[in-house]
Design a binder for this molecule. Structure first.
Ligand code: NAI
Length: 349
């Protein structure tokens, strides 16, 4: 099923409001889910709707949270999320971080006690659109084995960096596991198998059946493990929220707030080499990469985020955003949720 941007966003916003979110919160959430689907990040788009609606409906996401902005210094702040919608808290906190970085040159903003915040490249792109560099990372529920370990301890703990060029932005955005958990969900929803390098079963053996996944594995062994640990330190331990294996599970109790942490760091290039020179050299750098002769089997050297922009342009040139039929049926139905996620183990559908 192909949908226009307005159709997809409209259906998701209406459903989120029906589950209990207010107009502004439903609008921001639907916008970011659409941003993900239109760029081909289907793991973080409409596939998540039923789960969010169940959690919103059951009260595990505060409908009208009391957000609080607490400046702790000229370039540091805490955004208290009151277990509100993570998409909204992370967006509003990034707006504040952008303002602060323009004033102070840098902003380090911890967002705490929030629910899942989705594809975090959305937030770093916000800063890039304002001519600023940024880094964003957040916790997610423990489902990855540490290097050399046998039990899940860390989440897929994503990291995103972004930097502005001319009219282009470099947006690097990745999970610190070989694959994001949402990619397993996406494969399940399509009835497809997964490569044996993504995950392991209960015995620690590689699996190709997405239904048999018991833990994900860090990217590049010890290096990915180190990165996911640092994400947990910066966005968990530093912010005083639960960390490591104590981070709440997505599916444990959908009537409880998740208390997740998220960190934004924003830098104004004007305080370093100068905004103009930075953008010029960024453009030069990504042009040089794009002009390089590709290695056999590749069509070009892309900069991070470029292929997502290409997928978006392709979607709109070919009739809209591709959405799995079963998800579309759910979005147009009157149902809010089917009680499928509550108290399931972390690897439930
Ligand atoms: P991915 O593997 O699809 O891409 C990772 C990065 O590599 C992207 O920046 C992409 O632009 C770049 N890239 C990929 N192929 C490239 C190529 N050929 N040339 C140049 N650059 C290329 O992303 P991943 O790790 O699957 O993450 C997907 C999404 O899941 C992200 O948006 C992430 O934020 C989100 N996520 C969110 C979590 C949460 O709890 N909020 C947890 C984990 C992931």
């Amino acid at each position: 099923m192909k949908l226009s941007r307005a159709e997809l966003k409209g259906l998701m916003k209406a459903k989120l409001m029906k589950a209990g979110l207010n107009d502004q919160h439903a609008d921001i959430t639907a916008e970011i889910l659409t941003w993900s689907d239109e760029r081909g990040y289907h793991s973080h788009g409409a596939v998540r709707m039923e789960y969010y609606c169940e959690r919103i409906f059951k009260g595990g996401i505060t409908h009208d949270p009391k957000f609080e902005w607490k400046e702790t210094g000229p370039a540091s702040a805490i955004f208290e999320g009151d277990n509100g919608c993570g998409y909204v808290a992370a967006t509003l906190a990034m707006e504040k971080a952008i303002e602060m970085a323009k004033k102070s040159g840098i902003a380090i903003v911890g967002v705490r006690n929030i629910s899942h915040s989705g594809a975090i490249g959305y937030y770093t792109e916000m800063a890039a659109k304002e001519g600023l560099l940024s880094i964003s990372f957040c916790q997610s529920d423990p489902m990855a084995v540490p290097y050399g370990g046998s039990e899940p301890y860390y989440g897929t703990n994503p990291i995103s960096f972004a930097a502005p060029a001319d009219d282009r932005n470099v947006v690097f955005d990745m999970a610190t596991t070989v694959q994001a958990w949402g990619k397993i969900l996406d494969k399940r929803s399509r009835g497809e198998s997964i490569p044996d390098s993504w995950a392991v079963d209960v015995d620690g053996n590689p699996v190709t059946d997405p239904n048999k996944v018991n833990a994900l594995v860090p990217i590049s062994g010890a290096k990915g493990y180190g990165l996911m640990m640092m994400v947990d330190i910066f966005s968990g331990i530093l912010l005083g929220v639960p960390f490591g294996k104590h981070v709440s599970s997505m599916y444990h109790d959908l009537s409880e707030g998740r208390r997740l942490g998220h960190m934004h760091i924003v830098i104004d290039p004007a305080r370093f080499c100068g905004a103009e020179q930075f953008r010029e050299n960024m453009a030069k750098s990504i042009d040089e990469l794009g002009e390089m002769a590709p290695a056999p089997g590749n069509d070009k050297v892309y900069y991070p985020g470029e292929r997502a922009e290409k997928r978006k342009a392709h979607a709109y040139a070919t009739g809209g955003i591709e959405i799995v039929d079963a998800i579309y049926e759910y979005l147009i139905s009157d149902d809010i949720h089917f009680d499928r996620y509550d108290h399931k183990n972390r690897f439930a559908d």
